[in-house]
Design a protein around this ligand. Structure first.
Ligand code: AMP
Length: 982
């Protein structure tokens, strides 16, 4: 029995070709398109499946609803019992598939509609499969098949239906898998039904490649289980990047749908999204970050002329600060502040200004002040350094004012106020600033803060201290104020000292005293330094008791004490003789010890100089050449201390042991001194190379060169201040028993506060170092113009010969570094001095100062003032500046040696009377005539004794006449080249 050609209601035709990747957003999520492995309807030719037994399933041609020919299999052995008809498909290669869908369309005859088939007619068939890796031939072994299901019809049809050509088409889908072999066969077992297998379709599902969120997801086969989702990582399209911590993922469902998109890609900086791609930003546009969605137009004052830019470049003269985002306009530095005004109060300057006209397009404008001290020449300005204070600050000022404090008194300053904003430091254009030049007034010295108790006794306390940080002038005196700490009405006592030490006597034993010190200059007293509390020692009880009770005991005690002191002193002297290296300190006096007396010079160095670690020293530049090597400037940073500027004298390589000893000798000498007017030794480096001597740095170098550079630029008070400093330093040295031998302006160093300090202490310096030193007939090498006659003649170097040299230094200072005796030869100088000639007063030199010079040049060294007296005289002058006024025309600087235009030319006077008139001493005319001095030649030979013997008793007049005679003598010497016998 067979079923003839049938028309069937067909399902819609599906595209069976694999598709090219599609853009996901053009298709709805869940778009399904299975991969067809077998579609019987699509085959026009014979299917040629295996049918067994041959009278079972039968291949028949038919037409579908569109009258398209199709191939079907039918079986209808309903009359015979025990049917077992097999139909097997051809081998189906499974490809990637794991889960296979089998869709069957068939019609099934209702047994009831068939007469006489009761018992044999069935209404189901069985579906099987067999997995293999390849085709297995055409034989069919039932036991190798695995049953998938028994398929029953949802709807069967009857004969009547057939008549109406209305057959019910059943569709059943079964799923097989997971499959593990390369392919498989499907088999249909009929057990006695009447079936037409209209179509068999085998397919699997796949998620097709798509682009979602700018990420490409490849073709993905579904998982093997119905419920499984396959996670797939996406790949960003070109010029896109994964969003941070959010990489793109999708899930391919068993139904071939892309589900659950996670993460995304975003267009990189310089690109924006267009559809499923990233396109570059156009010219004149930028996108600074992948996070931004759109490209933006370049902000003001910026541009770009290429596509795909992440930022725009600034126009010329405009900048972007590091912190500026690319989205803000480019800006430029502000213009200069306006209307800068100042107010000066002694050493404090207040500046005020208005904001700049142009802020450069920014709102972060602040101001900074640059302070420069111009040391008397405008082009010689140096930064003010860290000692100057700024309130509220030096830079980063938000308000338009600043106060600058702690400036030096009597100094020239330039202040520049610059407006700055976030791009000022990037700009290479010229700085714009407002500037003022200001000269500070006088100011009192700063506090005396570093006070040391040197010696505490029962009734006295010895203190020493450092000169204030900012003396603001020449310190002429210190005032030490003290009181008993526990005294109710707190009565102060004061002690004054001209040096930086003092002993306060008449104190009570075992009593606490409070001390405070302040400095005095021309500008007045500075403020007191901090309080220092010191308790005097306890009195020896025995002595107190005895002194109150028994005068005999007092005498005894004094006698015993005296003896002890005497024995002690003898012992000390003996020790000193025996061990020359021992430093002996008598109360209050420190004695200089000649390092030459040490057998081992290294011991001397280490006794007096601190050994420094070379790593604490930073050499910065070479500033001069010393006898033993280069002199450099640099910085010294000792642990726990502020770093300080230093000069570093080095010992050149290849030195001999003798040179090393001589080099370090200067340190052994300098290290013994501690005075504000003597250069201070910081220490030595002897344990490394190069060997170094580290000295405080004196910014203005040597005094002679400094004065020549600033010719005529200081006030007399300032010059006298310098001289006072040198005299104080020399007083200290002479008190210690040290004779300098080469005191000259070239051996005085000047610091930035114009403080002069004595330097150059080498033992051999007079012989080798000083270019001024020449050999004299006495054998030694001597700087003739600075040296006292007795030292030249018989090498009698004493503090008194240093005083002579000091007089020459005075002359050098007052003449701004003029060479003493100008271009006269050394021989002529020796001769002229010997004949009584003395240097005349330099131009604008107060007579009192020249007189002091003449005093220093007394032939008899005992007549010369001591340094202590010199300091006193200079202090007096500073305190009474009127004494320093120069009477017009009395004191001038010679244009040519020993002859000048404003000093009267004594050689031109025709008579003694004319000369006396010129020097306003005509009242002594008769005295001269009576003593027989009728010619100027005879006058020029007069000595001071001669002048005094005329009956001129006033010392001032004696000196005036004598000074004039000396000048006359020098003029004659110069004119005639002959000496004038005194
Ligand atoms: P001296 O060997 O001492 O004659 O030094 C040579 C040169 O170095 C001097 O003329 C100064 O110009 C300079 N000099 C020496 N010591 C110092 C110092 N402490 N501070 C600044 N410059 C110095």
């Amino acid at each position: 029995m067979s079923i003839c050609a049938i028309d069937i209601d067909m399902w819609p035709v599906t595209n069976t070709q694999p598709r090219a990747p599609v853009r996901f957003n053009h298709l709805p999520l869940g778009f399904l398109s299975p991969v067809i492995l077998l579609d019987s309807k699509a085959q026009q030719t014979e299917l040629e499946w295996i049918s067994y037994p041959p009278n079972g399933w039968e291949e028949i041609s038919g037409l579908d609803e569109n009258y398209t020919p199709i191939r079907t299999y039918q079986v209808c052995q309903v009359m015979e019992p025990n049917q077992n008809n097999w139909l097997r498909t051809n081998w189906i290669e499974k490809g990637d598939a794991q889960r296979i869908f089998v869709e069957l369309k068939f019609t099934l005859r209702d047994c009831n509609s068939l007469p006489g088939v009761v018992g044999t007619c069935k209404e189901t068939f069985n579906l099987y499969y067999q997995e293999t890796d390849s085709e297995v031939g055409r034989s069919l072994r039932e036991n190798q098949y695995v049953k998938i299901d028994t398929i029953a019809a949802d709807e069967s049809f009857t004969q009547g239906d057939l008549g109406e050509r209305k057959m019910k088409l059943n569709t059943e889908v079964r799923i097989i898998g997971p499959l593990s072999r390369r392919g498989f066969y499907l088999a249909f077992q009929d057990v006695g039904a009447c079936i037409a297998l209209v179509s068999v379709k085998v397919y699997y599902k796949k998620c097709w490649s798509i682009i979602e969120n700018l990420a490409t997801f490849p073709d993905t086969v579904t998982g093997s289980e119905f419920s499984s989702l396959v996670e797939v990582e996406g790949m960003c399209v070109s010029d896109a990047e994964e969003e941070a911590d959010n990489s793109p993922k999708m899930h391919c469902s068993a139904e071939g749908e892309w589900l659950v998109p996670i993460g995304k890609c975003i267009c990189k900086a310089g690109f924006h999204q267009k559809g499923d791609a990233c396109e570059p930003c156009g010219r004149g546009f930028y996108k600074s970050s992948s996070q931004d969605l759109q490209c933006s137009r370049c902000p003001a004052h910026s541009f770009n002329d290429r596509e795909g830019s992440w930022r725009c470049d600034c126009e010329d003269g405009y900048y972007r600060a590091l912190s500026d985002p690319p989205s803000v306009a480019c800006t430029r530095p502000p213009s200069a502040p306006q209307n800068l005004v100042y107010n000066i109060n002694q050493t404090t300057v207040s500046l005020e200004w208005s904001p700049p006209a142009d802020t450069g397009g920014r709102n972060d404008v602040s101001y900074r002040v640059i302070c420069r001290r111009c040391s008397w020449e405008p082009e010689e300005c140096v930064p003010c350094g860290p000692n100057v204070g700024y309130s509220p600050a030096q830079s980063g000022l938000v308000d338009t004012y600043v106060t600058i404090m702690d400036l030096l008194a009597h100094a020239n300053y330039t202040f520049e106020v610059e407006a700055v904003n976030g791009v000022s430091d990037l700009s290479r254009t010229q700085r714009l600033f407002a500037a003022v030049s200001i000269a500070t007034g006088q100011a009192a010295p700063s506090q005396v803060s570093e006070v040391i108790k040197e010696k505490v006794q029962q009734r006295s306390i010895q203190l020493s201290w450092q000169e204030p940080h900012q003396p603001n002038g020449v310190i002429t005196e210190y005032e030490i104020k003290y009181y008993e700490k526990d005294q109710k009405d707190r009565i102060y006592s004061t002690v004054r000292s001209k040096s930086t030490s003092a002993t306060v006597n008449n104190l009570k034993p075992s009593t606490a005293y409070v001390f405070q010190i302040r400095a005095f200059t021309e500008a007045g007293y500075g403020t007191y330094g901090p309080r220092l509390e010191i308790t005097t020692k306890e009195e020896a009880t025995a002595a107190i008791v005895s002194s109150e009770q028994n005068p005999v005991i007092i005498i005894a005690v004094v006698a015993v004490a005296g003896t002890i002191i005497l024995v002690f002193m003898v012992f000390v002297c003996a020790c000193q003789l025996a061990f020359l290296s021992l430093t002996v300190k008598f109360p209050g006096t420190k004695t200089y010890i000649d390092p030459e007396t040490y057998e081992d010079p290294n011991r001397a160095v280490h006794q007096f100089a601190k050994e420094l670690d070379a790593s604490c020293i930073k050499i910065e530049r070479v500033i001069g050449a010393g006898e033993f090597g280069e002199v450099c400037s640099g910085r010294l940073k000792l642990p726990g201390k502020r770093d300080v500027s230093v000069a570093i004298k080095t010992l050149k390589v290849g030195y001999t042991e003798k040179q090393r000893r001589e080099f370090l000798c200067e340190a052994s000498i300098m290290g013994q001194f501690d005075h504000p007017n003597v250069v201070h030794l910081e220490g030595v480096v002897t344990r490394g190379k190069p060997v170094m001597i580290v000295i405080e740095y004196m910014e203005n170098g040597s005094l002679d060169a400094f004065l020549r550079k600033h010719d005529g630029q200081f006030t007399v008070i300032q010059l006298v201040g310098m001289l006072r400093g040198i005299a104080a330093g020399m007083r200290y040295l002479s008190d210690m028993g040290y004779v300098h031998r080469d005191l000259a302006a070239r051996n005085i160093l000047v610091n930035s506060n114009l403080v002069c300090k004595v330097s150059d202490f080498g033992l051999s310096r007079v012989i080798d170092d000083d270019p001024e030193a020449v050999y004299t007939t006495t054998g030694g090498k001597i700087p003739v113009r600075w040296t006292a006659p007795e030292a030249i003649q018989y090498r009698k170097f004493t503090s008194a010969s240093d005083v002579w040299s000091y007089g020459i230094v005075m002359w050098e200072v007052m003449s701004y570094g003029e060479r003493p005796y100008w271009d006269m030869s050394n021989q002529d100088v020796i001769k002229a001095i010997e004949e009584g000639y003395r240097l005349p007063a330099p131009m604008d030199c107060p007579p009192g100062l020249h007189q002091l010079m003449l005093d220093c040049w007394q032939k008899d060294r005992a007549e010369r003032p001591k340094f202590d007296q010199i300091v006193g005289i200079l202090d007096k002058m500073i305190r009474n500046p009127n004494t320093l006024k120069t009477p017009v025309g009395t004191c001038t600087r010679p244009i040519s040696p020993l002859l000048d235009q404003s000093t009267p030319d004594f050689t031109a006077f025709r008579s003694v009377g004319e000369w006396l008139e010129a020097i306003k001493m005509e009242r002594y005319r008769d005295n001269f005539t009576a003593a027989g001095y009728s010619s100027l030649e005879s006058v020029a030979r007069m000595s001071i004794e001669d002048v005094m013997s005329l009956g001129i008793t006033l010392v001032g007049h004696q000196k005036k006449i004598m000074s004039s005679i000396q000048t006359m003598r020098a003029q004659m010497l110069h004119l005639h080249g002959t000496g004038v016998q005194v």
